[in-house]
Design a protein around this ligand. Structure first.
Ligand code: IDP
Ligand code: MG
Length: 140
């Protein structure tokens, strides 16, 4: 078993899709170890996506991620990060496979509903960004 971080982005929250997306995540067999609602500051969003600092979409991404509430989730499953990336689909919903969360709900490459960590190392770093270990449920 391992863990990954998901974030339901401000478009997901504003469009009242939190329940639908959480249901898809649970039906896909992920266990939820942590869940909260936060409004990111510019500093926090900028730091979270610091790897993209030099990309042309970075400034708009920070504006988008701070435009409303986000719902970070800690998820557990075998091969958690790969399985979650499969469930959400490609960054651009037009390129995401049928049946993926981004294909079914997202409206653009920027407003693509959900974040998923891209490696076990980044998953642990990103989990620690939003949650302390004592906030996480121990299901064992
Ligand atoms: P990922 O979320 O699929 O891992 P990344 O390349 O890590 O995609 O990009 C982080 C986020 O930045 C994306 O989820 C999306 O919201 C935004 N983004 C990425 N590429 C573009 C783009 O070309 N135009 C607008 N927004 C983008
Ligand atoms: Mg990424």
């Amino acid at each position: 078993m391992n863990r990954t971080l998901a974030i339901l982005k401000p478009d997901c929250v504003k469009r009242n899709l939190v329940g639908d997306v959480v249901a898809r995540i649970q039906k896909a067999g992920f266990k939820i170890l942590g869940m909260k609602m936060v409004r990111l500051t510019r500093e926090a969003a900028g730091e979270f996506y610091a790897v993209h600092r030099d990309r042309p979409f970075y400034a708009d991404l920070v504006i988008f991620m701070t435009s409303g509430a986000c719902v970070p989730l800690v998820l557990e499953k075998e091969n958690a990060f790969e399985e979650f990336r499969k469930l959400i689909g490609a960054t651009d919903p037009k390129e995401a496979l049928a049946g993926t969360i981004r294909r079914d709900f997202a409206e653009s490459k920027q407003e693509n509903i959900v974040h998923g960590s891209d490696s076990p190392e980044n998953a642990e770093r990103e989990i620690a960004y939003f949650f302390s270990e004592r906030e996480l449920v121990d299901l064992r």
